[in-house]
Design a protein around this ligand. Sequence first.
Ligand code: CP
Length: 395
Amino acid sequence: MASDFSQYQRLLDQPIQVKVDALRRGSRPRHVLFAHQFDRRYLERVGRTAEEIRILSRASASANDVRDLLSHKRAMLYFTQTSTRTFLSFLAACQLLGLSTAEIRDPSISSEYKGESRLDSIRMFSSYSDLIIMRDASPQFAECCAYLMDDIERASQRSVPIINGGSGADEHPTQALLDVFTIQRSFGLHGPLDTDAADRFQALRDRFGVEPGLENKTYTFVGDIGRGRTVRSLCILLSNYSGITCRFVSPPREHLQLDPWLRAFLKDKGVEVSEHDSLDEVIEDSDVVYMTRIQREHDTSATSQPTTDELGACQLTEELVQRMPAGAIIMHPFPRNEEIPTSIDHDERVMYFHQARNGMWIRAALIANVCDVDRDVSEIFESYTGDRKAYAQVH
Ligand code: CP
């Protein structure tokens, strides 16, 4: 494994902006590795494509047209770290666009068991597929795979895009995409083709005067802030917007608290940052409450354990939910443990099940963009909805 990384150490050590610039192919990403790759314009574009795919998927004729777009392509799903939502939503996203899929989830039944290096395995996947979507426990492994693909592209050999579906405790850029899409939808206007669920968000907005969009909002992140890759990736995306306040609530243990790099990054981007050890202090002043579980799988015997009271102060209760603003929303990347009681699942502010479904639409939109068919999606959308301008004006 060490050799997998060492051959790319010089590239891995580059500043993030140099890496992001190198990943750009015109207006498209060659590989999707970091949340830093998505600026506001890109977020709006991919969100629009996701909406189009969502609406087109309601009827068989339009869904079939979308499914034709990439029916000649194949995707490899290489998920060696556990996953339910990311794996299944990428699989469903491929199905929406017509891609055939293959998968490895247990490398012990692949030739890795016989000593094949993981980079050799990735190169083999590129022989059979047009896109590799991967999740791995090692931070930076997806990045190394992208550099391998760039190497073989320079040698004029077959090379395919890599999409990072979660890399160690490091990055989860596509979770951040679906989170932003969920916030866009929750605080968005809606068009004449939209659903009852969207009408419900609109009604909340009308009743409680919630301002549309992601700007000028207070985001409260709760739980395992220090080791949560979803929190880090979403905060990076939120820094694209103005008027953002981020509150971080975690038990008072260093490994669970905001890491200095993210604190400095957000402050540099003009985000107002505050840190707390109790949700009670900030619940009435939050537009978005983003809960996360304590990621005990990263603990070692030396890890300092929070007390029951410290953990309890970072859990949502029915009483706390009652004190939330009526137009606020509750998010969670899931899986959840004890930090959210199931008794609040039917509250209209709960978005975590919408989040999971939104992952399918936004990942389909991302694949459409990477594979250069997002404009075709828009053309199909126009052909079915006719007056796209009217839709766009209200959306
Ligand atoms: N949110 C998320 O990444 O879920 P999975 O681990 O189930 O993919």
